[in-house]
Design a protein around this ligand. Structure first.
Ligand code: ADE
Length: 251
């Protein structure tokens, strides 16, 4: 997976993504992270890339020329025209299934705006996907791009040590992950659930599925509608729901 980040702050994304699992994946050649400074495509001797909005209003707008020239230059070098993901609070809200779909691409371009955004003509010429990380407004697209790159990269084969850990975790099957424990066996008087010490793999698996269901019901009941549950698991859920009747809408 090759990421190309078009930004006014290349250092911010490179430094932010250079550590831990993602940095190691880049060192191992499993992913590549390439930040391109949009300012390098300014035609202005002061390297300006923004101007006042037509029609008036606060702030500055990034001009179409440097943004499109930056993308076209990249396409020329790559010999292809990769998808362009524009980071915007107006986009589709990013989630695990979008990450899984994007992880299949060989190259992805992240377009990061700043100020009041980017001239609409540049967006209409090059953007293929408008993506948001949630219903709040940030000062620029760099943090959203870093969030998405982190999430997509963990799905690239070999990035995580244990191939299974990208499979069995929160949002897989629309269930949240079960609780995890490690040493010591007793901490502040709280004991690790005994089934986890039993060595009985089938029981452990059943317990974990049930805890995932319980946790999803408590924390993200909206996800349960799409969860793929067996008959026994549906019965378990119904029993839990029987137990929490009267609590619904209580918080
Ligand atoms: N740019 C500013 N806010 C954003 C958000 N919430 N998601 C994606 N890009 C953004």
């Amino acid at each position: 997976m090759n990421y190309h980040i078009l930004t006014l702050f290349p250092q911010m994304v490179i430094e932010g993504l250079n550590t831990s699992i993602i940095g190691r994946a880049a060192d191992r050649g499993l992913i590549s992270i390439h930040a391109v400074d949009i300012r390098d495509y300014s035609k202005d001797k002061h390297r300006h890339v923004d101007d006042a909005p037509y029609g008036g209003g606060a702030g500055m707008v990034m001009q179409p020329g440097p943004v499109c020239d930056c993308y076209e230059d990249l396409c020329g070098k790559l010999g292809k025209r990769p998808r362009v993901l524009y980071m915007t609070p107006q986009g589709r809200v990013f989630n695990q299934s979008i990450a899984m779909e994007l992880a299949k691409e060989e190259d992805l371009v992240f377009l990061c705006g700043h100020y009041e955004g980017i001239d609409e003509r540049a967006l209409s010429l090059i953007v293929t996907d408008h993506l948001s990380i949630g219903d709040y407004v940030l000062t620029g697209g760099e943090l959203p791009a870093m969030v998405m790159i982190d999430c997509i990269s963990r799905l690239v084969p070999g990035v995580l040590n244990n191939d299974e850990s990208a499979q069995i975790e929160s949002f897989h099957d629309n269930l949240l992950e079960y609780p995890q424990y490690t040493r010591p066996e007793i901490y502040e008087g709280m004991q690790v659930p005994s089934v986890l010490l039993s060595g009985h793999h089938k029981n452990i698996e059943t317990w974990r599925r049930q805890e995932s269901i319980r946790r999803t019901l408590e924390r993200r009941p909206d996800l349960l509608k799409k969860a793929d549950l067996s008959g026994k698991e549906r019965e378990f859920l119904a029993a839990l729901q029987g137990g929490c009747q009267g609590e619904e809408g209580g918080s």
